[in-house]
Design a binder for this molecule. Structure first.
Ligand code: ZN
Length: 132
C-alpha cells in the first residue's frame, strides 16, 4: 500500500454557509460546493497547501453526518489519506485483518474513489482512503 499524503480533514457542520465564513475569514477560498446524494451530504472543499479541509453538511436528518452531529456535535469527523491504488490498499488491509466499512470503493466528492476504514481498527478515528 502506498500512502501519498493527508488528502483532507473532514469536518461535520450544521450549516455549510455559516461554517464557511471562518475559512473565508482566514483567506481560504472554497473550491466549490458539491452534493453527494449517496452519502446525503453537501460538501465544500477549502484547499490548504497540498491538502484540503472538507466541510460536510447533511442534506437529510437520517444521513451519516446528521447522526454524527447528533451524537458528537460539530467537529472533525474523519481524516482522509490519499493512496495511489485504492482497491489494492483495501485488499491489503483486509488480508491484515483490518475492519473495513467499505470493502469496495464508492463515489466521493470531486469524482474521487473513496472507502472508509472502521474506527474500531484505527484507535477511534474514522479513516477515509481516497484515490484521485
Ligand atoms: Zn472525506
Amino acid at each position: 500500500m502506498n500512502i501519498l499524503k493527508i488528502d483532507h480533514i473532514g469536518i461535520a457542520v450544521k450549516n455549510l454557509a455559516e461554517s464557511s465564513k471562518l475559512y473565508e475569514m482566514l483567506g481560504i477560498a472554497s473550491a466549490g460546493v458539491e452534493e453527494v446524494a449517496e452519502q446525503k451530504v453537501r460538501v465544500s472543499f477549502f484547499p490548504v497547501g497540498d491538502s484540503e479541509i472538507e466541510l460536510l453538511e447533511s442534506t437529510s436528518p437520517d444521513g451519516p453526518i446528521a447522526r454524527y452531529i447528533e451524537k458528537n456535535g460539530e467537529g472533525i469527523q474523519h481524516m482522509a489519506l490519499r493512496v495511489d491504488d485504492l482497491e489494492a490498499a483495501l485488499a491489503e488491509l483486509k488480508t491484515k485483518g483490518v475492519r473495513l466499512i467499505d470493502e469496495k470503493p464508492r463515489y466521493g466528492a470531486g469524482g474521487a474513489k473513496i472507502a472508509f476504514v472502521h474506527p474500531k481498527s484505527t484507535g477511534g478515528i474514522l479513516l477515509e482512503l481516497c484515490e484521485r
